[in-house]
Design a protein around this ligand. Structure first.
Ligand code: RB5
Length: 147
């Protein structure tokens, strides 16, 4: 399946967001940029919530969130039922996040992961499909604690 990508970051992720956007554009993947676009300090929560709502409202859309570590973005995005945000620091994690967790948001740390590795992580994330089966049962249990 070809996905379009919604992407957002805070000031700690601006530089890496530019790298990721260029990488996706080279591959003719549609990108919706939800900001931020400069290094003025902002709250990662605002961007994580906006992106989560966008992904939930639009079919065939995956999200990418970047803050300094990727941690704050993943915490905030995962507060949304239906969002499965995975902080990945290598390609194995990105592959399994899609295959096993059906992750619909990839989180990256702009101060953690270098541009070359980030490109490989993004490439893996967008190319890998959910395996379903026993993993679907587990996905369906993720929101159980909120009921
Ligand atoms: C901002 O300084 C930093 O806290 C943020 O980018 C992120 O790393 C939070 O998890």
């Amino acid at each position: 399946m070809t996905y379009r990508i919604a992407i957002a970051c805070d000031h700690g992720g601006v530089e890496l967001k530019s790298v990721v956007k260029a990488f996706l554009a080279d591959r003719h993947i549609e990108v919706i940029d939800l900001g931020t676009n400069d290094t003025v300090s902002v709250d990662y929560t605002d961007y994580a919530h906006a992106l989560a709502e966008f992904v939930l409202a639009n079919a065939n859309t995956l999200g990418i969130l970047i803050c300094g570590t990727g941690i704050g973005m993943s915490l905030a995005a995962n507060r949304h039922s239906g969002i499965r945000a995975a902080l990945c620091t290598d390609t194995y994690m990105a592959q399994k996040a899609r295959e096993h967790n059906d992750a619909n948001v990839l989180c990256l740390g702009g101060r953690v992961t270098g541009p070359g590795l980030a490109e490989h992580i993004v490439d893996t994330f967008v190319k890998t499909e959910f395996l379903g089966g026993r993993h679907l049962r587990r996905i369906n249990q993720l929101d159980a604690a909120k009921q």
